[in-house]
Write a protein that binds this ligand. Structure first.
Ligand code: GYE
Length: 345
């Protein structure tokens, strides 16, 4: 009896240790999470003691200044670094991958404690990420992802689920046209070619609208996430196609540029052509509240506070999740009108 009791106690202890282990990994059974965070702990190598923020230097390579979203994201990162007391070396890549690679190499040379960056496109990062790894500098992806197969090249990816954003856009449209008896002609303004948000917003949207064969994308082209290009490409769409029913723009800025082109063509945005966009920055929400944009899927740019927390944790050798997804909602014109006065960005 006594013996069994003892064995039972050992078994219970072993079991609870196994369960604790699972909880430490957030119970998700995500081996990638465990592997990358262990890599982070090794890279920082300080065995879990707290480093003072003033002793941490973060090298951050930003995409550029192409949109309202980007400006809000930059401000959030700069303000949060200041608030946390972390030294920030900030570099603007002007939407060019080669500039970002240069910036990352310069951060490696300067021996910063952590590198974070928002990759302009998904492909082509393995070499420079390997250089950072070899130098023992942990890398955090923010906002946009890379397509590297080797996930040990970065600690975590903090940002939105862009496929889900595309799906939300598609769901709203599918609902609007569920009784359509004729084809609905859709034009699409894609974000920067090869970028994660362009690839994913395209695929999430296409996946959902496939359920209704009347929903037809008749033209799809990049407007590089800017107002100027959004306007230019929309002008070309209007010239080449009669009776466009819907515009799906991968961000507010391109939708705002397109609105100018639509108005210049003597059409009413939001009525003659229904418009869906992504981001929900102030100017986009303003246009939505005026009925010029019919539906906006939110994409949150305020990643600074979470990024600083991740940087501190990585330096302290703490476990971080391999994927941190930001929470987001959607807005119809009515909802945009209500939310606008309290919008931060
Ligand atoms: O939607 C767009 C910006 O990567 C999520 O980039 C970001 C996108 C955002 O230029 O406005």
């Amino acid at each position: 009896m006594k013996k069994i009791g003892k064995m039972g106690a050992v078994l219970a202890l072993t079991l609870s240790m196994v369960m604790l282990g699972a909880c430490g990994n957030n119970g998700g059974g995500n081996t990638a999470a465990k592997e990358t965070s262990n890599a982070a702990a090794e890279a920082s190598g300080n065995g879990g003691t707290k480093t003072e923020a003033k002793d941490i230097t973060l090298g951050f390579s930003q995409v550029g200044a192409e949109s309202g979203w980007r400006s809000a994201n930059t401000k959030s990162i700069q303000d949060s670094a200041k608030e946390a007391g972390i030294t920030l070396k900030f570099s603007d890549a002007q939407q060019k991958q080669e500039n970002q690679i240069k910036a990352l190499r310069s951060f490696i040379q300067q021996k910063v404690d952590v590198i974070a960056f928002s990759p302009v496109v998904e492909s082509g990062w393995d070499t420079v990420l390997k250089e950072a790894k070899d130098a023992g500098i942990p890398v955090v992806l923010t906002d946009r992802a890379v397509d590297s197969k080797d996930t040990s090249l970065y600690v975590t990816f903090l940002g939105s689920d862009f496929v889900e954003e595309g799906r939300k856009a598609g769901q709203w449209l599918t609902e609007q046209y569920k009784d359509a008896a004729e084809d609905v002609k859709i034009v699409e303004l894609q974000g920067t070619t090869g970028s994660a948000p362009a690839n994913d917003r395209m695929s999430g949207f296409a996946e959902v609208i496939a359920a209704n064969p009347h929903l037809k994308i008749i033209a799809s082209q990049s407007g590089d996430f800017t107002r100027a290009k959004g306007k230019e490409v929309m002008q070309a769409f209007l010239k080449a196609n009669k009776d466009i029913d819907v515009l799906y723009a991968h961000n507010d800025d391109m939708a705002l540029g397109a609105i100018q082109a639509i108005e210049a063509a003597g059409l009413k945005p939001g009525e003659d052509i229904r418009i869906i966009s992504v981001d929900a920055v102030k100017d986009g929400m303003q246009a939505a509240s005026e009925g010029k944009i019919n539906f906006i899927v939110e994409c949150n740019p305020l990643l600074g506070p979470q990024l600083m927390q991740v940087v501190q944790d990585v330096v302290d050798g703490k476990q971080v999740e391999a994927r941190i997804v930001t929470e987001e909602s959607t807005f119809t014109s009515e909802q945009a009108k209500e939310a606008l006065p309290n919008r931060q960005y």
